[in-house]
Design a protein around this ligand. Structure first.
Ligand code: AR6
Length: 341
């Protein structure tokens, strides 16, 4: 999965390169810089002394010594001065320059901390947005896998308004579901007493049914519809990519799925993806709720209102927001698994 957001101590990451949020001297400091120097050992400082510092927005590469990675890329983030002093551009430059260095060194996996979001005071939600947007854009033309390593939960908070909107959305649906479950239980009890046929009960209980399918944008012809009945997940995915005029790469990158997994799905007609992978493709293809259900069904899954993860996905689809990184931020905020491979 090209961008992964993980909670960890960056010095423990087993990747090709980790990035250090350093200062212009490159001679160590507090925060993540201090932790990296401490874990890597004194030889790191020796090498850093030879580098002659680094300007804000720039990046330099060293060995990793006692760390489990191969390289450390030292970048210098901007000090937050209210946002009007070119902070964003400098922060974007930190990510770009670090990624360029990593790629030049042949790295396949890189881990970043949230640069500038500690001692340098860059507001954490904005710092995260810059990280996700800049790395996301870079990966459109690169096959590296990049981890954004979050140390403390506060770094990963979606906006309050979005959080409360989603919370309300979940509450409404959970409430419906539980009310339905209760009334379904009562009905079942009454029917049992009255000996009603179970089929009739089934039509009254909505709880076990997947969410309502929205009508498809344009109805297929009868012969197309019959053909599509036999379609596998993989075939449906490839058909929808073509219908939307996307290239394969545009689709799997937007889905935050790596090329290898996509090739596997492409070459195996009967490939069974995980639910998160199937949803990630539905999001990349910007499918309606009905189409998403249809695609999930091909992989043996359904969306349900007794599952927070599913309700959050439904929220984003209903609001026409298909940005997988924003969806993942929300899923993370609600302690759910993230989308992608
Ligand atoms: N692993 C991952 N992330 C961490 C770790 C860790 N071990 N430790 C802290 N963080 P900061 P800056 C997070 O202050 O804002 C240094 O003294 C932390 O929660 O390390 O770019 C340098 O020498 C925060 O979200 O870096 C500079 O003088 C993020 O890393 C100055 O601080 C960045 O916090 C740079 O400030």
């Amino acid at each position: 999965m090209p961008i992964q957001i993980v909670r960890n101590d960056i010095t423990k990451m087993k990747v090709d390169a980790i990035v250090n949020a350093a200062n212009e001297t490159l001679l160590g400091g507090g925060g993540v810089d201090g932790a990296i120097h401490k874990a890597a050992g004194p030889q790191l400082l020796e090498e850093c002394r030879k580098l002659g510092g680094c300007e804000t927005g720039g990046a330099k590469l060293t060995g990793a010594y006692r760390l489990p990675c191969k390289y450390i890329i030292h970048t210098v983030g901007p000090i937050w001065r209210g946002g009007g002093c070119g902070e964003r551009e400098k922060l974007v430059s930190c990510y770009k320059k670090s990624l360029e260095l990593a790629e030049k060194a042949g790295c396949e996996t890189v881990a970043f901390p949230l640069i500038s979001s500690g001692a340098y005071g860059y507001p954490k939600p904005e710092a995260l947005r810059v990280a996700v947007d800049t790395i996301g854009e870079y990966l459109l033309n690169s096959d590296m896998t990049v981890y954004i390593v979050i140390f403390d939960r506060a770094s990963y908070q979606i906006g309050e308004k979005l959080f409360s909107d989603i919370e309300e959305y979940i509450d409404d649906r959970y409430a419906d579901e539980h009310a339905e479950e209760r009334s379904a239980r009562l009905l079942r009890l009454n029917m049992h007493r009255k000996n009603m046929p179970p089929a009739e009960f089934q039509t009254l209980s909505k709880a076990s049914r997947p969410m309502e399918a929205a009508p498809a944008a344009c109805a297929p012809s009868l012969s197309d519809a019959v053909k599509q009945l036999d379609e596998s997940f993989s075939e449906m995915l490839l058909r929808k990519i073509d219908e939307r005029g996307m290239t394969d790469a545009q689709c799997y990158k937007k889905a935050n799925i790596d090329r290898k997994l996509f090739s596997k799905i492409r070459s195996d007609r009967l490939y069974k993806p995980s639910k998160a992978t199937a949803i990630a493709f539905a999001i990349a293809l910007e499918l309606s709720l009905g189409e998403t259900e249809e695609m999930l069904k091909k992989a043996g899954f359904a969306l349900s209102h007794s599952n927070k993860f599913d309700i959050i996905i439904e929220y984003f689809i209903e609001h026409g927001n298909y940005n997988i990184f924003e969806i993942n931020e929300a899923l993370f905020a609600f302690d759910q698994n993230l989308l992608g491979a």
